[in-house]
Design a protein around this ligand. Structure first.
Ligand code: BTN
Length: 238
């Protein structure tokens, strides 16, 4: 495992994507990003020196879709070391949530036989831009603890290695024991929206199946969802 640290990059994931054949477990961290990318073509806002911005080359493994679960579990484990009592949940598939707001996000991109996993965590922010403040939260805001980014990077890297090995050793057990218990909105009415479609699926979130796909009890029966954007469905039941 090798970790490169930069003051600023356009995007830690783009930096790794420029390598022809990067070594597995090469990690990159930056204190700032000028054009961070999120899932579904969105922008990822960084607060210089306060956001954990990290990308890593992971072997493709048995199922690249599941790689993000290892990354999310590692993040929860590392944050718990700093504040064991703070409850952090995973919003399917890989968002980190705390008190109903987004604490972090994960972007997994397939690159040949490897996966470039990028993660952004709001660690030390005391405030957010007006356009995201209703949805975003930082670890400092929920725990009252400020974390050294460098120290967190080292810890996260170790947990990521462990989580990845556990996932590869037995994906079904890993998902059942490490991810399912942390799922946000279990038993709640949710809506899943799909890119390029204005027809969402609504229902009660049942959990994840043995492959990590979302199970939703909809009026038409149990549905398995492979992709999409999960939202809490605030419309009251009739
Ligand atoms: C999301 O929630 O949409 C995923 C956000 C992923 C952001 C991280 S920050 C480090 C890495 N570099 C990027 O450009 N994106 C990821």
């Amino acid at each position: 495992m090798r970790l490169l640290v930069f003051d600023s990059l356009v995007s830690t994931s783009d930096y790794l994507k420029a390598f022809k054949n990067p070594e597995p477990f090469l990690g990159v961290m930056a204190y700032d990003q000028t054009r961070g990318r999120g899932r579904l073509g969105r922008v990822w806002h960084a607060s210089p020196g306060e956001s954990f911005l990290f990308s890593c080359v992971l072997p493709e493994g048995k199922n690249p879709f599941q790689t993000g679960f290892a990354a999310a579990h590692a993040a929860v484990s590392a944050l718990k070391k700093f504040s064991p009592e703070t409850v952090i949940q995973i919003k399917w598939p890989n968002d980190l949530y705390c008190g109903g707001k987004k604490l972090g996000g994960i972007l997994c991109e397939k690159q040949g036989a490897k996966v470039i996993m990028g993660i952004g965590i709001n660690l030390n922010q005391t405030a957010f831009l007006p356009e995201i403040e209703s949805q975003a939260v930082s670890f400092f805001q929920v725990s009252g603890k400020k974390i050294s980014l460098r120290e967190f990077a080292g810890m996260y890297f170790k947990f990521l290695d462990k989580a990845y090995q556990a996932l590869e050793a037995n994906p079904e057990v890993f998902l059942k024991t490490c991810i399912a218990p942390k799922l946000a909105w279990k038993g709640e009415r949710v809506r899943v929206e799909f890119e390029g479609s204005n027809i969402p699926i609504e229902g009660v979130l049942e959990g994840i199946d043995s492959l990590g796909f979302l199970m939703l009890q909809s009026p038409d029966g149990l549905k398995t969802i492979h992709t999409g954007e999960l939202k809490l469905w605030l419309q009251p039941s009739i």
